[in-house]
Design a protein around this ligand. Structure first.
Ligand SMILES: Cc1ncc(COP(=O)(O)OP(=O)(O)O)c(N)n1
Ligand SMILES: Cc1ncsc1CCOP(=O)(O)O
Length: 179
């Protein structure tokens, strides 16, 4: 996911193009946060939109059937709408308090559980998740909960690659212990 809230469009596009190149060479899909125009211009793999961004059905119309669309959802009604609109997955949170996104109510495990139980789409948990609590989120064993998304757990750290490997190994251990 490429998420940049403050950049000018041209700066955003240039950075997104660079990320697309890196991700393509590693076989990793790249989604662009919010910006359908940028995703189209750099041929990203998809877009993630929030509840006040372009509606997912419109994103689907513009991107076509082959791209990945994610929608942030805090309620069962929003999850149902995302499914009707043709999204591929939903992001649900903040699960824990976070300073990365302002005015973002914390749902806790109960809010996450409510949305996961109602969702017809795979769910990615987000908000305040890190190496210390990612295991406890996945161990909830909620239906449709397929993974976690993090920002500060990696980018507030000096050793981003090492932190990424550590978080990945925690999530992989959890995946094996549930299979
Ligand atoms: C998996 C996932 N969930 C939520 C988001 C954030 O999207 P949004 O609600 O549009 O909030 P902003 O990031 O735009 O502030 C995400 N990128 N991924
Ligand atoms: C974008 C977003 N949407 C819900 S919480 C959040 C921020 C997550 O950031 P962090 O992983 O740093 O808590």
């Amino acid at each position: 996911m490429f998420r940049e809230k403050d950049a000018e469009t041209r700066e955003f596009l240039e950075a997104a193009k660079a990320c697309v190149e890196i991700c393509k060479s590693s076989g990793v899909p790249l989604l662009i946060n919010d910006r359908v125009d940028v995703a189209l211009a750099c041929d990203a793999d998809g877009v993630h939109v929030g509840q006040s961004d372009m509606p997912a059905w419109e994103v689907r119309r513009l991107l076509g059937p082959g791209k990945i669309i994610g929608v942030s959802c805090k309620t069962p009604a929003q999850a149902e709408q995302a499914w009707k609109d043709g999204a591929d997955y939903i992001g649900c949170g903040g699960v824990f308090p976070t300073t990365t996104k302002a005015n973002n109510p914390t749902l806790g495990f109960e809010g996450l559980r409510t949305v996961c139980l109602a969702s017809k789409l795979p769910v990615v948990a987000i908000g305040g998740i890190n190496a210390g609590n990612a295991g406890s989120v996945m161990e909830l064993g909620l239906p449709n909960l397929k993974g976690v998304a993090v920002v500060s757990a990696l980018f507030d750290r000096e050793r981003v690659a090492a932190e990424t490997r550590n978080l990945r190994s925690i999530l992989m251990k959890n995946a094996y212990s549930r299979s």
